[in-house]
Ligand binder design. Structure first.
Ligand code: SF4
Length: 252
């Protein structure tokens, strides 16, 4: 009898998990579900005895914190004068995946955290749709200070601030950098001709790592019809990272 109860409980749990996942992915705009059994995720190595409690590499965390301290009073460009808080970035110091946007907005400048406004909430849903949590990746911007009225960063501003995100990437050594939006892509590549429409969907080789260009969540809020393309880009990343993919017949 207890065996039958266990089976019912197990089935209900499974149904609840599938419903939650479908709900989540519909929220992001990708009406698909994932088959966890279809492909096992590549496991992270077990933390070494005595390692940091989060499993992070303590040396990488130390170097990131040192970098955070070194840039805390930065005024290398004019944006430093008007910021409330410098937005360093957040996430694992040994993340396999880094998301890079262009610059903090009003809410990020107020809180000192990246991607916390409406676009940030959508980014969180995108990350969850990939089967990950925000604290399993690293999220940052090319500019660490907010441009006035959220205007688009200039190429000159991005060139001045670029060494910071490059140092973050060099410390974290991710497998993939996901560039969110054309401005971030132009800043990273230092190429004013870079565009998401023309370059998304395929990895670009860049400084010994891979960049996947895709649309910025703020753009997706204005143009939800582009969400399926973004979901395709995220699945290319998932495939490369060995994360479970949606069943083929259900992909858009
Ligand atoms: S935007 Fe970058 S370079 Fe400019 S002041 Fe802020 S941290 Fe320094």
């Amino acid at each position: 009898m207890s065996g039958a109860n266990d089976q019912t409980e197990e089935r209900e749990k499974l149904i609840a998990e599938v419903e939650a996942r479908v709900e989540l992915e519909r929220g992001f705009g990708a009406d698909v579900y994932r088959s966890e059994a279809a492909r096992p995720a590549r496991a992270r190595p077990e933390p070494r005895p005595g390692a940091h409690p989060t499993g992070e590499d303590p040396e990488k965390r130390r170097r990131l914190e040192e970098l955070r301290r070194s840039m805390a009073d930065c005024h290398q460009c004019a944006l430093g004068a008007n910021r409330n808080k410098l937005v360093f970035g957040a996430g694992r110091s040994d993340a396999r995946l880094i998301f890079v946007g262009e610059a903090p907005g009003r809410e990020e400048d107020r809180q000192g955290e990246p991607f916390v406004g409406r676009a940030g909430k959508l980014l969180t849903r995108m990350i969850k749709a990939m089967g990950l949590e925000r604290d399993q990746v690293f999220i940052g911007n090319i500019l660490k200070c907010r441009p006035p009225e959220n205007r688009t960063p200039t190429l000159a501003e991005m060139a001045i601030c670029l060494p910071y995100i490059l140092q973050q990437i060099d410390i974290i050594q991710p497998e993939i950098v996901c560039a969110l939006g054309a401005t971030a892509l132009k800043g990273l590549l230092r190429d004013p001709r870079a565009s998401i429409g023309g370059m998304r969907g395929k990895f670009l080789d860049w400084r010994g790592t891979k960049i996947m260009p895709t649309y910025h969540p703020a753009y997706l809020l204005r143009a939800p019809a582009e969400k399926p393309k973004t979901w395709e880009d995220l699945q290319v990343i998932m495939d490369d990272l060995g994360l479970p993919l949606p069943e083929r017949g259900d992909r858009r």
